[in-house]
Design a protein around this ligand. Structure first.
Ligand code: ZN
Length: 657
């Protein structure tokens, strides 16, 4: 465990709440302590209300907030006195608890407080930190975990047997704490769940968390249960695109909507999926209960999605019968798949969700590995995990309120993605919820700020290697290709046929036509496995219906590309792949239209550059964004019955109309 506190950084956070923000971020920065919205922290502050009354306010992390990125507004201020009075009630239902917390905040715009708020309230310390530390879970998630915890911590912590988070946990913590805590108590261990530390200052509470978890790490080391064997091969370099896309197709069918699937095949994951005992140790349950909403209770072994769905339905039926209220089953598709060939595959409704599932399982593999070395991994019974999975307060974390985006769970490849129409297509697709792989020869494509739903691939599309790599990346990161926007193109002539340079002609054909043919051919197997059917939009040109003098190579290449796309529409209809063509004109915010080309073209028509820009029927300018929005919509439900169509985006052209 590394203590990340520095006085210099801490000085930038003056005040009780700011100090709370600082050490919450330190906790969040260490992924072996908390992951993606896991864990929570609080501080109790005495404040004066608008009426001049002094009152104690508990600032507790907002539900689902990420500790690493939290700020003051991410904490919910709840009146402490009210929480303490709630804590002694004999019972409090979840909706009642939620209502009481939300109606006793001192700031209306604050987030909904953490489900563990009352527990923070009953601990008589100013600062409280709670994590699901990997090392602690590796120790408690064994058959004799309680004995080991006693061995590690002696009387320094109060140990609480597993109780589901919420009101009951707060009550049992309050009671055991009252009975067992003494002046030297610095934390609470919640068996098979996590750990609390507390203190008079943010630093003291944080230091104690690092100390307590560090002791668990050293214990694992002393028991020969720290170093994990990593003997799997790193197989990131090779993958079967069709096997992965087919698996994702079946998972999406089972889920009832398209899902993103990330396949992890580094040596760490390959070691785990090829463990001899993987069929046993992976099927016992998650390391801490709130992981269930991201990973489901158990991963799927191999590729039998039908079998997995059947056993999920049985698990639901077995446990829902005893539930107090009527429950609706969640989709029965897996969120983690362990396959000896495909590695560890993580699934989510969006690329971000798949990434969260992958991160959680990366840590779970280590926890299982260490607990096994310690004598045997053990998890909570299925009934406890079910109660958490179907706990409404937990499900609320997954509901963002808005309905899923148009292309949630779908994957798009865009070529020529670094600038102009291609870049606008990337933005239009991301805005509609798709995960996007952008390909471009321009190195800028790799310098886009890192985000889970975008991947830049640099390369020349005239090389089969680039095409293979782009499709490999799309498959590895997201599980396949559903939509393809064929946009990359060059405009290199500006010479009349009599003066046409052979090399320039050839290059135009290579990029605009041959590379597009190769890309279509290589993408076809993936497009056939798109959960909602494949969609292709080819960016043609006004020059197809209305060619211009001095643009022979460009016009001929785009005309041939259009014809290629029409044949694809004919051939691929049977595979449920739609292929449509856009013919933009006079889109001047693209790489093709340099100032020189603009001048040259304008003079061909005897116009000024300004006249040339708006020389269309509507006298309007056409932007990359106009083209991209239409390209994205052509992949959506609006055009679901349309294939082989050619649509102008040109402000109206006299020669085309
Ligand atoms: Zn917790």
């Amino acid at each position: 465990m590394q203590n990340l506190w520095t006085d210099k950084e801490a000085a930038l956070f003056p005040g009780d709440l700011a100090q709370r923000v600082y050490t919450s971020r330190l906790v969040g920065r260490d992924k072996t302590l908390v992951l993606h919205g896991g864990g929570n922290t609080s501080v109790k502050i005495r404040e004066r209300s608008i009426l001049g009354d002094e009152e104690d306010v508990l600032y507790v992390k907002g539900s689902g907030r990420d500790l690493e990125a939290i700020d003051e507004a991410g904490f919910s201020p709840v009146r402490l006195d009210h929480l303490l009075r709630l804590a002694v009630l004999p019972t409090l239902s979840d909706p009642e608890m939620l209502n009481e917390m939300v109606t006793h905040m001192t700031r209306a715009s604050a987030p909904v407080p953490s489900v563990e708020t009352i527990l923070h309230a009953v601990l008589p310390h100013k600062y409280v930190d709670h994590t699901h530390a990997d090392a602690l879970l590796a120790v408690t998630n064994t058959r004799d975990g309680d004995r080991r915890i006693a061995e590690i911590y002696g009387r320094d912590v109060v140990v609480i047997p597993y109780v589901m988070p919420g009101f009951e946990l707060a009550k049992s913590c309050a009671e055991l704490f009252r009975k067992q805590a003494h002046a030297g108590t610095i934390g609470i261990v919640l068996l098979k769940h996590g750990i609390f530390s507390f203190g008079a200052t943010a630093r003291e509470s944080y230091d104690r968390m690092i100390d307590l978890v560090g002791r668990a790490e050293r214990y694992l080391e002393s028991q020969g249960a720290w170093a994990l064997r990593c003997d799997g091969d790193d197989e990131r370099g090779s993958l079967s695109r069709s096997a992965i896309a087919s698996l994702r197709q079946h998972v999406s069918e089972t889920a009832g909507n398209p899902m993103v699937m990330r396949s992890v095949r580094d040596s760490h994951a390959m070691s785990f999926v090829r463990r001899k005992d993987v069929g046993v140790v992976s099927q016992l349950g998650p390391a801490t209960p709130d992981h269930v909403i991201r990973t489901k209770r158990v991963p799927m072994l191999g590729r039998d999605t039908v079998g997995y769905a059947a056993s999920y339905r049985k698990y639901f039926a077995d446990h829902a019968a005893g539930a107090a209220r009527n429950l609706a089953t969640l989709d029965p598709a897996p969120r983690i798949i362990l396959d000896a060939e495909l590695g560890m595959c993580a699934i989510g409704r969006t690329a971000k969700d798949a990434g969260i599932a992958a991160d959680i399982y990366e840590h779970t593999m280590d926890i299982i590995g260490r607990a096994t070395l310690l004598g045997g991994y053990d998890a909570l019974p299925a009934s406890d995990i079910f109660a958490m999975e179907y706990w409404d307060l937990e499900q609320a974390k997954l509901r963002s309120g808005a309905k899923p985006a148009m292309f949630a769970g779908e994957v798009t490849v865009v070529t020529g993605a670094a600038s102009g129409i291609g870049r606008a297509c990337v933005e239009a697709m991301l805005a509609r919820g798709a995960a996007v792989v952008g390909v471009d020869v321009n190195p800028q494509i790799e310098s886009v700020p890192e985000r889970a739903d975008f991947l830049g691939v640099r390369g020349d599309l005239t090389s089969p290697e680039t095409i293979g790599r782009a499709l490999d990346e799309a498959t590895r990161a997201y599980g396949g290709v559903d939509m393809l926007i064929v946009n990359a193109g060059i405009f290199s002539d500006g010479a009349r046929i009599a003066d046409l340079d052979g090399a320039a002609w050839r290059r135009t054909m290579d990029v605009n036509l041959d590379a597009s043919m190769m890309l279509l051919r290589e993408s076809h197997p993936l497009l056939t496995m798109a959960p909602r059917g494949g969609r292709v939009v080819v960016i043609g040109s006004k020059n197809v219906p209305a060619p211009g003098p001095g643009a022979a190579a460009y016009s001929a290449s785009k005309a041939a590309l259009t014809q290629l796309a029409r044949v694809a529409a004919l051939e691929w209809g049977v595979d449920n792949i739609r292929v449509n063509i856009l013919h933009p004109n006079a889109v001047f915010d693209t790489a093709v239209w340099t100032e020189e080309v603009l001048k040259a073209r304008a003079s061909q028509y005897g116009q000024t550059v300004e006249e040339y820009r708006k020389s269309n029927v509507l006298r309007t300018e056409v932007s990359s964004r106009d083209v991209a929005e239409l390209a994205a919509e052509m992949c959506g439900p609006l055009f679901s019955k349309t294939t082989g169509a050619q649509l102008p985006v040109d402000g109206g052209n006299m020669r085309v109309i």
